[in-house]
Design a protein around this ligand. Structure first.
Ligand code: ADP
Ligand code: ZN
Length: 738
């Protein structure tokens, strides 16, 4: 910050702007108390209203508020400053997503008490006087004090409770010894020092193709400038081993590395591979961590003590002081898109952070997103290719089951060819996986007498029966209720019929068909916490489970050598609704699921049950022709000016009732931009017309790539007077069109 020179005594006082982690308009000015030395990025405590809040020095004061009205900053916190790179990143994300910078800062300051100095652990060690008293053995010590001193002489400094336990007395005796000068009080760090990943350890022997890719990545890491690389390799080609080499190179340069993984809580196999490779675990960051762990981790990252962080999308906002590499594994995964609060895509924003911090980023996938492939084609990203599975493993054979010719029996969902394949697999002592991307028992329950469908009271959505829980659930708002005894419409008893399968119903069918097969069910709601996932994965690895039935969580990078058969129960499911990326997403998901089969010596077979065998997605999967499929997709998107060839943003209005929603939608429609290269579609009732009791309308703004979409949106929003009961959400680069 440039020093301000002024002649009058009053203006020699210094001011700064401070950004607070709140959804306010921007940074506020404050007066710096005399004698303080502040730099941008420093963490400070500032008064706001009646409160005191931690924030970050953002830059020079704006001067918009008269100096006499400014308040003094309250405290300068002893945390390493937020790096300039991260501050620029926060401003960039705010500008791009139309969120307030404070709302973005809040993601970087998600554990406020991590800013407080870590409290040391009070411990006690034998003092000189204590040693002398113990040696004197003259009866001056009580028996319990003697036991305490002996315990203290036998180990390192320990907390009072520890010593008391070892001496079989109360901690009062320990404190009394300290007061008497027989023990010295010492401060211990709260946590034992953690082992760090060791980059010097040798990795696996890489195949020539892996070696070449690893070498390229090491060169990029050493170059220490911005670059984007797509590590593109079929499932099982060893992409993980290859980017481990890049992490090792990053650690060798003394820098920190960040790895983003989707579904980090399910990544136990990844974690044990990492630990084997580097001799120590990485630092974890995801929403299921306890508060204390998040606090310690945030602090360790800020102090540069965490060398490798692996996390969910929010890890992107951690305060690394010296990041040297970002890896985004499964870069096409939809869980990188945050749909609430600040709406952003973590893969895209990771590329932005890498560019601002001038460091290499590696995007990893077997089925990259169309966006990424186009960036490769246009020369913005480089691509490293691993064309074959590692070792003797071959890609699985894919067979299409035409459900029109091979329908399952009534109220059953597995076709005869798949049932036969399951029987053969089980007979051979191998494992199978059934994939159905639907939780619960049945997606729809209706009354056979009057046709009434059970719907959510808060959303335009059917209630999904969860038989194991004895509940109907809304998958959009979480509403749950027991199955009513009578039809609420016609009053008929015992008249409900489930329609369609969820994974619970599928496991019922499997139990009926294969009573001796050991089943495991894996869905986000059947796995309560990371432990459960870990246990299930272990059970599959140990062959305590014959058939794993699951939703998309089974598609993630698991490696089960005995798994030779994958059955996709409803390959068409993702094509319903038909939004922009339906085909792309279905291809990616099914390819990923298929990739679980035959990953070791035994070859794999995949059955895709479909009612549309002629659909381009099915043909591409069967012929293993990803590039042609994406070429056709890209052609279509280009013809319609859709992303990545054009830009999209959604504006979603929601109100407590239909009339208010319509009223707001008309106000937005009247002021909608009329500009060359910009097209505003809507307002239309959202497919989820009512969500959590709020009535919703959508606009879709489509623009040419050369249009400054954010500026257009900002001007539009500024023109509308939004009633207090209407909420406006802007989703730049939308992935969900509900
Ligand atoms: P991908 O991430 O491309 O799907 P992985 O990295 O999971 O592939 O590798 C698939 C399997 O092959 C893993 O079990 C991995 O340990 C093994 N593997 C890959 N490369 C090697 C190698 N060079 N030496 C030994 N095993 C390897
Ligand atoms: Zn609902």
């Amino acid at each position: 910050m440039p020093e301000r020179r002024a002649s009058s005594a009053e203006s020699t006082e210094r001011h700064v702007s401070v950004l607070l982690p709140l959804p306010l308009t921007g940074a506020y000015d404050y007066r710096i108390p005399p004698e303080w030395n502040l730099s941008p990025g420093d963490f400070v405590v500032a008064p706001l209203g009646g409160r005191k809040l931690a924030g970050v020095v953002w830059g020079d004061a704006s001067g918009e508020v008269a100096a006499t009205k400014l308040k003094n900053l309250a405290q300068h916190l002893g945390v390493p400053p937020l790096a300039a790179e991260l501050r620029r990143f926060i401003d960039w994300v705010a500008n791009y997503t139309l969120a307030s910078p404070g709302a973005v800062l809040r993601m970087a300051m998600s554990v406020p008490d991590a800013l407080d100095p870590p409290r040391p652990l009070a411990a006690f060690a034998l003092s000189e006087a204590g040693r002398a008293a113990l040696a004197a053995d003259d009866g001056a010590l009580t028996k319990s004090r003697r036991r305490v001193l002996r315990a203290a002489s036998e180990g390192p400094a320990s907390p009072a409770a520890d010593l008391a336990r070892r001496a079989a007395c109360s901690s009062g005796v320990v404190r009394a010894c300290a007061t008497a000068g027989l023990l010295d009080a010492v401060d211990l760090p709260r946590r034992p020092p953690q082992a760090l990943p060791d980059f010097r350890r040798a990795g696996l022997d890489l195949s020539p193709a892996q070696q070449e890719a690893a070498r390229e990545l090491e060169i990029l890491v050493d170059a220490n400038r911005f670059s984007v690389t797509l590590l593109d390799g079929v499932t099982g080609s060893g992409k993980t081993e290859v980017y481990f080499a890049a992490i090792a190179a990053c650690l060798a340069r003394g820098k920190q590395a960040l790895v983003l993984l989707p579904e980090i809580a399910l990544s136990t196999q990844w974690l044990s591979r990492f630990e084997k490779r580097f001799g120590a675990p990485p630092v974890l960051w995801h929403s299921e961590l306890g508060h204390a762990q998040r606090r310690d981790t945030w602090r360790d990252v800020a102090e540069g003590k965490a060398s490798v962080v692996v996390g969910a999308r929010s890890a992107l906002f951690l305060p690394f002081p010296d990041l040297g590499l970002i890896v985004v594994d499964e870069e096409q995964d939809l869980s990188y898109k945050q749909e609430e609060g600040v709406i952003y895509h973590a893969r895209d924003m990771a590329v932005v952070r890498a560019s601002l911090a001038k460091l290499p980023i590696v995007l990893v996938s077997a089925t990259p997103s169309l966006e990424t492939l186009v960036n490769v084609e246009q020369g913005r990203y480089r691509r490293l290719h691993l064309p074959a599975r590692f070792g003797d493993a071959r890609m699985p054979e894919i067979r299409i089951v035409d459900m029109r010719r091979n329908p399952p029996e009534r109220q059953r969902f597995l076709s005869p060819p798949l049932v036969t394949a399951l029987a053969e697999t089980l007979d051979a002592g191998e494992q199978a996986m059934l994939f159905l991307n639907r939780r619960g028992y049945a997606p729809l329950t209706l009354c056979r007498t009057c046709g009434h469908r059970l719907e959510c009271p808060n959303c335009t959505a059917w209630l999904v029966e969860h038989r194991l829980l004895g509940q109907l659930q809304c998958h959009h708002c979480g509403h749950a209720e027991p199955l009513p005894p009578l039809c609420p419409h016609c009053g008929e008893a015992k008249s409900f019929v489930p329609c369609g399968p969820g994974i619970e119903r599928l496991s019922e069918e499997m139990t009926a068909r294969f009573p001796n097969a050991r089943l495991g069910v894996m869905a986000s709601d059947t796995l309560t916490g990371p432990r459960a996932a870990e246990e299930l994965i272990r059970a599959v690895e140990a062959h305590e489970i014959d058939v794993l039935i699951g939703t998309q969580v089974v598609a993630k990078g698991h490696h089960f050598p005995l798994l030779t058969l994958v059955g996709v129960v409803d390959a068409d499911l993702g094509l319903e609704g038909g939004d922009l990326r339906a085909a792309e997403r279905t291809f990616q998901l099914l390819h990923q699921v298929a990739g679980r089969a035959g990953r070791a010596e035994r070859p794999g077979i995949v059955y895709l049950q479909t009612w549309m065998p002629e659909h381009g997605v099915m043909a591409a999967l069967m012929q293993d022709d990803r590039d042609r499929f994406f070429a056709i997709e890209a052609e279509q998107r280009k013809a319609h000016g859709m992303p990545p060839f054009g830009r999209l943003a959604a504006v979603i209005l929601s109100a407590p009732d239909d009339a208010a929603a319509d009223f707001a939608a008309r106000a937005f429609a009247r002021t909608a931009p009329h500009l060359p290269g910009v097209e505003v579609l809507g307002p239309a009732p959202a497919p989820l017309r009512v969500l959590r009791g709020r009535h919703r309308r959508r606009f879709l703004v489509k623009a040419r790539r050369d249009v400054n979409l954010q500026a257009v949106l900002r001007e539009w929003l500024a023109r509308v007077k939004v009633p207090g009961n209407v909420r406006v959400q802007v989703d730049v680069d939308p992935y969900s069109f509900l």
